[in-house]
Ligand binder design. Structure first.
Ligand code: MLT
Ligand code: ZN
Length: 463
C-alpha cells in the first residue's frame, strides 16, 4: 500500500477494520436526510476505547476530520460525511458491558441499538424508557449525541435524564470518565451534560452508563378525533387533569392518509382534521373509568367527535401505528422536516401563527403536521409538489424556515426539539440561541476540540 494517511493508520492499528469500497463510502457517509452526496475518506470500525483514542490522535496528526456514526437515522445531517472525513462507526462497539442491580445501571457501548438496550433492560425486569419509532436502527450513542426525545418524554424526559455516566474521547484523544454512575455529584461543572446533545462536536462517546426504571403499570391507548385546532390543548388539559399520561401525541388527517396508504387501519368512519393519541395508566378499573370520563367531558364540550380506546395490546399497537408509522410512510417522498418546540402552553397561539405562514408560503405543497404535542414539539413535514427539483424545493423550504425561525424567536421556542441542528438547521441556530450563547459554545468547542477535527461544519461553523 503506498504511503498515505490511511496506510499510516493501518500501520499504527494493524487490527483496526477499515472499509473504503464505493458502496461503503455511500452507505456510511449519509444519514436519513439524503440531501448531501456522501464522500468520506474511509470508515473505521474500532472495537475498543484505546483504538478510538489512537484514531483521534492519528486524525490530529494527519489533519483529518472525524464524523462519528451510529445507526445514521438522524434527520438533520449530523452524521453526514461529505468532505473526505474518516467516519468512525461504532457498530462493532455494541455490547452490554455490565449491569448492577443495586444501582440499576446498565453500562453499554455506544453502538448498541436502542431496541437492544430496551430488551437487555427487560431481561432484568426493568425498562429503559426513552422510546421512538427508529428504535430498531438507531444507536444509544446517537441518541446521546442528539439528546433524543421521542414518544414518552411527557412521562420520562429526554435521553439526558437517563445517562448516569459517560466515557468520552475528546478531540485530543484524551479519555474522560464523567460522573461514573453517581446519583449525587455536586463537584463542579457537569461535563456529562455538556456532551449530551453535542452532536459529536465535543467528543466521541465510547461508553454510557444508563439508568433503568421499574416497568410502568398496564396502559391503554386512546385515539381521539378532534374537529378544530383550538380544541387540541383543551383535550390535553382535560387528559392531564384525570389521567397519568405516558404519551400525548397528535397528527392530522393528511398524516393519517399516508399511514393508511401503507396498510394501517383507520379506526374511524368519519374523517376529522386532527387526531390525538393518549397513552395512560390503566391498571385499575378506576383508572380505566377515568378515561371514559375524559372522553365524555371532551365530547360534551365539542372538543372531540369520536374516539377509540384499546381493548388489547394488539389493538394498542395498531393504534400506535397510526402515529409511529408516519415518518416511514413519508420517507419515500423525501419531505423537508421541521422539528420545533415551544412551551406547551404556547402551542395554540404558535400553531395558529404557523398555520397562517404555511398556508400562505406553501400554496402548492402538502404540509403534514404531527408530533409530540404534549411536549410542545411539532414535526411539520413539507412535501414537494410534483416536478419540483431538489434545489428549488430546498430553497423554497429554507425561505419559509427563516420565517418559522423568526416566529420561534418571538415565541421563545427552538428550531430543533429532538433531531439536532446538524447541517440542516445550522442557518437558523441564531433564531434560537443568542449571540452570547453561540460565542460561548464556540469557546467550549475550541477547548474540547482544539484542532477542529470533531464533526466539523455541524451545529455551527467554527471559523
Ligand atoms: C417522529 O416523532 O416520528 C420523528 O421524530 C419525526 C419526523 O420524522 O419528522
Ligand atoms: Zn419525534
Amino acid at each position: 500500500m503506498p504511503d498515505s494517511p490511511l496506510s499510516r493508520l493501518s500501520e499504527r492499528l494493524p487490527t483496526l477494520m477499515l472499509k473504503a469500497s464505493p458502496e461503503d463510502l455511500e452507505f456510511y457517509g449519509r444519514d436519513w436526510t439524503r440531501r448531501w452526496e456522501p464522500a468520506p475518506l474511509a470508515i473505521a470500525l474500532p472495537t475498543t476505547t484505546q483504538e478510538v483514542q489512537a484514531i483521534v490522535r492519528w486524525a490530529v496528526e494527519e489533519g483529518i476530520c472525524i464524523v462519528p456514526s451510529g445507526g445514521r437515522t438522524g434527520l438533520s445531517g449530523g452524521a453526514v460525511a461529505a468532505n473526505g472525513e474518516l467516519v468512525v462507526s461504532f457498530e462493532r462497539m455494541n455490547a452490554v458491558l455490565d449491569f448492577d442491580p443495586v444501582d440499576r445501571i446498565m453500562t453499554v457501548q455506544p453502538g448498541l441499538a436502542l431496541e437492544a438496550l430496551q430488551r437487555a433492560a427487560s431481561d432484568h425486569d426493568l425498562i429503559y424508557p426513552v422510546d421512538f419509532a427508529a428504535r430498531g436502527s438507531c444507536s444509544i450513542g446517537g441518541n446521546i449525541a442528539t439528546n433524543a426525545g421521542g414518544i414518552r418524554v411527557i412521562r420520562y424526559g429526554n435521553t439526558r435524564e437517563w445517562i448516569a455516566g459517560l466515557k468520552v474521547v475528546t478531540g485530543t484523544g484524551e479519555l474522560l470518565d464523567l460522573n461514573r454512575g453517581l446519583v449525587k455529584n455536586s463537584s463542579g461543572y457537569d461535563l456529562r451534560h455538556l456532551l449530551i446533545g453535542s452532536e459529536g462536536t465535543l467528543g466521541l462517546v465510547v461508553e454510557a452508563s444508563v439508568r433503568l426504571a421499574d416497568p410502568p403499570p398496564a396502559a391503554n391507548v386512546m385515539v381521539l378525533a378532534v374537529p378544530a385546532m383550538d380544541a387540541l390543548m383543551k383535550v390535553f388539559e382535560s387528559c392531564r387533569k384525570k389521567l397519568n399520561l405516558n404519551a400525548f401525541e397528535f397528527f392530522t388527517d393528511r398524516a393519517l392518509a399516508h399511514v393508511v396508504g401503507q396498510g394501517a387501519q383507520d379506526p374511524f368512519e368519519q374523517a376529522s382534521p386532527f387526531y390525538l393519541v393518549a397513552e395512560f395508566d390503566a391498571e385499575t378499573e378506576v383508572q380505566q373509568a377515568l378515561a371514559g370520563e375524559v372522553f365524555e367531558e371532551c365530547f360534551e364540550q365539542g372538543w372531540v367527535n369520536d374516539g377509540v380506546i384499546s381493548q388489547s395490546s394488539a389493538q394498542a399497537a395498531s393504534l400506535w401505528r397510526l402515529r409511529e408509522g408516519i415518518t416511514e410512510s413519508l420517507a419515500p417522498l423525501r419531505p423537508y422536516k421541521n422539528d420545533i418546540s415551544v412551551r406547551t402552553s404556547l402551542i395554540p397561539a404558535f400553531m395558529q401563527a404557523m398555520h397562517e405562514i404555511f398556508e400562505r408560503e406553501y400554496p402548492d405543497c402538502e404540509v403534514v403536521w404531527f408530533g409530540h404535542i404534549g411536549d410542545g414539539n411539532l414535526h411539520i413535514n413539507v412535501i414537494r409538489s410534483v416536478g419540483t427539483s431538489d434545489e428549488q424545493f430546498v430553497a423554497d423550504c429554507e425561505r419559509v424556515t427563516a420565517l418559522l425561525s423568526d416566529t420561534l424567536s418571538r415565541f421563545g421556542g427552538s428550531i430543533s426539539a429532538e433531531h439536532g441542528i446538524g447541517l440542516v438547521k445550522k442557518k437558523y441556530l441564531a433564531g434560537t440561541r443568542s449571540e452570547a450563547e453561540i460565542a460561548l459554545m464556540r469557546g467550549i468547542r475550541k477547548v474540547l476540540d482544539p484542532h477542529g477535527i470533531m464533526n466539523p461544519g455541524k451545529v455551527f461553523d467554527t471559523a
